[in-house]
Write a protein that binds this ligand. Sequence first.
Ligand code: PLP
Length: 479
Amino acid sequence: MMDTSEFAKWSAYAARWSRDYHDGLPGRPVRAQVRPGDVACQVPAVPPEESESWEQIIADFERLIPDAMTHWQHPRFFAYFSANASFPSILAEQYISAMACNCMLWQTSPAATELEEKMTDWFRQAVDLNERFSGLIQDSATTATLCAVLTMRERALAWQGNDIGLHALPRLRLYATAENHSSIDKAARLAGIGQENLVRPATRSDRSMDPDALHRCIRQDIDSGYLPIGIVGCIGGTAAGACDRLGEILAVASEFDLYSHIDAAWAGSAMICPEFRYLWNGIERADSIVINPHKWLGVQFDCSVQFCANLQLQAETVGLRPDYLATAGQDRVTNLNELTIPLGRRFRALKLWFVMRSFGLAGLRLLVRNHVAWIRELESLFDADPDYEVAFRSPLALFGFRLSDNFKGTDRLTGELAARINDDGRIYVTSTPIDGRPAIRVTAGTFATSRQDVLSVHDIVRQVTRSVVDGQNRDDSCG
Ligand SMILES: *Cc1c(COP(=O)(O)O)cnc(C)c1O
């Protein structure tokens, strides 16, 4: 077994490797250039019976793993949403790993519990939420949303669902537009509400929920004997960055006494900048909000902050106090496991503490502002280029483009272009259908990214486009 001095030696080695890895990122292709099975076929089929040397293990790691990874910290990662791991966050994870404490109860890790309460309060102030809200840290927005949907369900059922099950109760209805992330669908399924009872109110041309449509859906459902339980709004939908107008939909929620949850997993981080806060006008009436510092703010996965106006409702829904977890004085402290689905909890607050102190809110704001400004600049290059059209815009660091009608078979070619861009490896983007047609999504949010990296997307896309249309007939009649 490795002793502490061996551990110290290899830990220092890992630290040097980490530095070299980050220094070398710009020279790597962003998306892994491997085929399915390439890695698996090089790993033995059976586990070793005897201990292997650390030199051997690390040699295999270096040979097999880094080249077969897609590099999320790469300066030219423009796909999905970024999942930054800033250096202060990586260091926090080293300390968290070294202590490896389970933070389920106050008593099992007092500093972790108290720091989590403090850090979620710092973060609440950073994103300008009022003191109605208290926070906790979840592993992911998906889990936070599931907790919120379960809470909606139980609140509407006066906690009977937890006690007697759903079979004898009215059919439940949940409302969210089609611009929302699939985690809302997942929550509807897992909470026993059922996909068919996730109702999609119509959206307006800016992709926000139409409050009149929402109102009509709820009225109709009540008239038909359904039980509406809550509304999920989005600030920064995943495909196209859609933002609901919270004042309007939360007014409908309170008219019908429905619980509300706002999914701001990505865009919520931008609320550290006052100039973007118009996007969440009206947020103070929400019941639950989720923001992922593990996307834009450099606090690496996992760190998803959920704010609730009344934590007690969630505790009554997902919390349990079995006898074997009882601790003396438990009514004077917070046992955070009572607010989350898993019992075990990681010490995630340390990452928020290190990152907010090391960057300062001003430092984090600068990063977010730059990403938004650079994406606007890049978008204007595509706007000015007759070979492309901007397929959708968002107020933050996200837009989409496709080939223009200068090309025959625009939609098919756009799909092919996305694949070829990622095979090329210099940049990484994702594609998504927007309004029924393919679009290539570009987002900037990685801390290592520079303005030059963002602007280079236009040139690289032009080069790859040329190789895609090579040999295909360009339709000049449309030019
Ligand atoms: C990324 C994202 C999610 C899912 O986040 P996880 O933390 O991975 O569960 C949900 N909603 C939105 C809007 C997102 O951008």
